[in-house]
Design a protein around this ligand. Structure first.
Ligand code: NAP
Length: 279
């Protein structure tokens, strides 16, 4: 869902090409090279991934093929063609045991296959670009996909609309991130020629159950049934790190103007359709 934000936020001086998966399957290096031959990109923002954490847990080979080998393929073709590569990674590469949001140099120790496969992607790029610049941007808990949104905010919106009870984890904490702010941050980093590893998420740390309350408040729904639970009770297939929050000071110190996730969510939900009777 981040791809649409990168299209919407693309600065006018950049010509953006966004080939769909049937044209560019990252597991097929020949097809990546074909796309390079056709468009000769100078910069590649690599967003393609399997992002359903429970699906990845059930399909580890496929997760590694797309998220790690796919990233290696894109990296190798970028290197051969002198294109600058940006890789979107995740706070899921950490084990969640920290008390504070993670800095860029914290030690990765993923607790699930998705996090493992994304971290393997990072390691592949470290090898491919040993002596050349590239950019890894780790982020967390996206919202903002509009009609393509399948993630937490959309799931909660649908439950509020249908007046269903909402079970949400009180022990999983993260930094929600508006995909349009993420896209702005990445374009900013490119404009400043930043490389290395950067964290970007909106400001603030929140649990999933607290997030439900903020979503409902924004949609002006006052009557709903929220049941805060421990993530263990949700019977999730993949274990989740209890903290995925990211410290973004490294980027903010360069002058990037970040904002609280609550402001970003308000803007996003203000633009969304919502059909429930607001009682
Ligand atoms: N979502 C989050 O909260 C989050 C947080 C931090 C970082 N990230 C990272 O940010 C990036 C974008 O995430 P997102 O939430 O926008 O993901 P998304 O909505 O799941 O989109 C990922 C896209 O990759 C495509 N894809 C899957 N396999 C592919 C393949 N073999 N070749 C080419 N394309 C393929 C998917 O196509 P189909 O739809 O056809 O499968 C989908 O369009 C990912 O790298 C993700 O790991 C996400």
């Amino acid at each position: 869902m981040a791809a649409s934000a990168f299209i919407k936020e693309c600065p006018p001086d950049i010509k953006l090409i966004a080939p769909p998966e049937n044209i560019l399957d990252v597991t097929d290096k020949t097809r990546i090279q074909d796309v390079f031959d056709k468009y000769q990109p100078r910069v590649v923002i690599h967003l393609a991934a399997l992002t359903d954490v429970d699906y990845c847990e059930e399909h580890p080979s496929e997760a590694l093929l797309v998220n790690a080998k796919g990233t290696l393929n894109v990296g190798q073709v970028c290197k051969q063609n002198n294109a600058f590569m940006v890789y979107l990674s995740t706070g899921s590469i950490f084990n969640g045991e920290s008390k504070e949001p993670y800095f860029e140099d914290a030690k990765p120790a993923p607790v699930n296959i998705y996090g493992h496969s994304k971290y393997q992607g990072e390691l592949c790029l470290r090898t491919v670009f040993r002596n050349s610049p590239y950019l890894i941007v780790r982020s967390c808990w996206f919202f903002g996909g509009d009609e393509k949104d399948k993630k937490f905010v959309q799931q909660i919106k649908e439950k509020l609309e249908k007046k269903l009870p909402i079970y949400a984890a009180k022990d999983l904490r993260g930094t929600p991130t508006y995909t349009r702010d993420l896209a702005k941050a990445v374009y900013y980093m490119l404009s400043r020629s930043l490389d290395g590893v950067y964290h970007f998420a909106n400001q603030g740390v929140v649990s999933r159950s607290e997030m439900v309350q903020v979503i409902a408040d924004n949609l002006r729904v006052s009557r709903y049934e929220l049941i805060p639970v421990n993530s263990y009770d949700l019977n999730l297939l993949a274990p989740r790190p209890s903290l995925e929050a990211l410290n973004c000071r490294k980027l903010e110190k360069t002058g990037f103007d970040n904002r609280p996730w609550t402001d970003a969510l308000k803007e996003y939900l203000g633009n969304c359709q919502f059909s429930q009777n607001k009682t």
